[in-house]
Design a binder for this molecule. Sequence first.
Ligand code: FCB
Length: 468
Amino acid sequence: MTESPDIAHLVAPPEGSRMHHPDFVFGVGTSSYQIEGAAREDGRLPSIWDSFCAAPGKVARGENGDVACDHYHRWAKDVDLLAELGVDAYRFSIAWPRVMDAEGRPNPRGLDFYKRLADRLAERGIRAFVTLYHWDLPRHLEDRGGWLNRETAYRFADYADLMSRALSGRVAAWATHNEPWCAAYLGYGNGHHAPGHTSPRWAAQAMHHLLLGHGLALPALRANDAEAQVGLVANIAPGYPASDSPADRRAAELFETYQNAWVLDPLLQGRYPEAMWRLWKGCEPLVLPGDMDTIARPIDYLGLNYYSRSVLRAKGDDDFDWVRQPDAEHTTMDWEVYPQGLQDILESFGRQYPKLPPIYITENGMSSADVMAGGADDAAAEEAVDDVQRQHYLKRHFAACSRAMDKGIDVRGYFIWSLMDNFEWAWGYERRFGIVHVDFDTQRRSPKRSALAYAEYLRQRKARVGAR
Ligand code: FCB
């Protein structure tokens, strides 16, 4: 996977960046439901995403993760691809419904899949960053209330215990949850994601149980896998006022409360932000004594997923509206490209949270309409998709991260979302986030030019270390 050496500059962090340091971790990410397929194999139980996809009108074109990237069968080749990319680390998630039966007993066939994957990564010198919950809750737990049921938090801790025993010594970093905001709000608040409920009060209660599950899982993760780091991954976005008016500035603050502090305050300060319940009056979750201490147990790192910013205008006293920036650059998700937001938000967390742990940027990337030239048998198909916008996107976000590091923010690594095009939730397969193109008819993987540039950058970085 090489092209001419000068391709590295297409994505490389700026000259002198601390990200060039050999200890800085560069990786790519995926998640189980988005890539594995094999939805009914080897004893995998149904998940809430299987049901959500089957419900009419929930997912674009009625698509689902039954096959996805067929990674469950192609995992060994996919590890080869990672090795060719030369990444230091690979972030993936475990499908909870694959590894435990409805009685909570281990499913050896499911466990073996992840053991083999972790072993192969280790053989290739690629560190495993493992997420336990990237949204595919076993359906039998949803049938008993899902994250609205406090019991689910305890079942999650059992699952964390099982996995950290099974993979002990093979994982560099565990993340309990991926993006509790999405699991709680999109899943229970606006219904855009599984399980598809639409109540802010439920979203607040689901959030509480997700965070509780995180805290309850920590002791087992530490006890079973003492060498690994443990943390959580949150999606974050900075809010900017649409005007200088005090009302709009308050609106931007309120947005940040709902988008960021709703998750980070409990984790890092042991309390929910009061302003949250100005936005959602009367939606405070039921919190039992001791819960907030459990949630705020120390973590080794915080994973942050950054894609875009929001611009807000006041709507009454305690609400806001989004203001689209029509002249700005957008991706095919219609997300504004705003690299400066990454620097701004990292620095603002540095000011807000005295106990901010070391950071990994666990997701950053963009979707574009990447079309392979020619058909599958065509010689032109050998040519890499030239995803210029993505190359430029990555380079500018790396630079923003670098600037935040220069200002003293302790960022330890950066994972591009995603290794390959995959099932983008309610948007289905059309939104392509991969640095590797996937032809979903043939399952052929073809590195896009961003992947070639990233690989070349990583190769040069290694060569420099070797030359020292
Ligand atoms: C994040 C999710 C990830 C992917 C990206 C585009 O919210 O964690 O699975 O869908 O967005």
